[in-house]
Design a protein around this ligand. Structure first.
Ligand SMILES: [Ca+2]
Ligand SMILES: [Ca+2]
Ligand SMILES: [Ca+2]
Length: 82
């Protein structure tokens, strides 16, 4: 998924919680989610709606915390393909 629309496509499963698409799940992503926490409809993934049900609430926060600290660039994509 190209979450932030910058053209970099990221493996969605490995990158759960990487809201800004920089390859790491860290404080910037947590801050983004908390900044939108409480939205009840129309939220997007980059805003913190990890489970894509349109809200930003505890289940989304729990998912982000579950992968907090992850680096989500797959080893294979770092070396490119032939
Ligand atoms: Ca990130
Ligand atoms: Ca949600
Ligand atoms: Ca929800």
């Amino acid at each position: 998924m190209d979450y932030d629309g910058n053209g970099e496509v990221i493996n969605g499963e490995a990158c759960t919680g990487d809201l800004d698409g920089n390859g790491n799940v860290n404080l910037s992503d947590l801050g983004e989610l908390l900044g939108h926490y409480g939205i009840s409809s129309g939220a997007t993934y980059p805003e913190g709606d990890l489970d894509r049900d349109g809200d930003v609430q505890l289940d989304d926060l729990a998912e982000l915390l579950g992968s907090y600290g992850n680096s989500c660039w797959p080893e294979t994509s770092r070396h490119g393909r032939r």
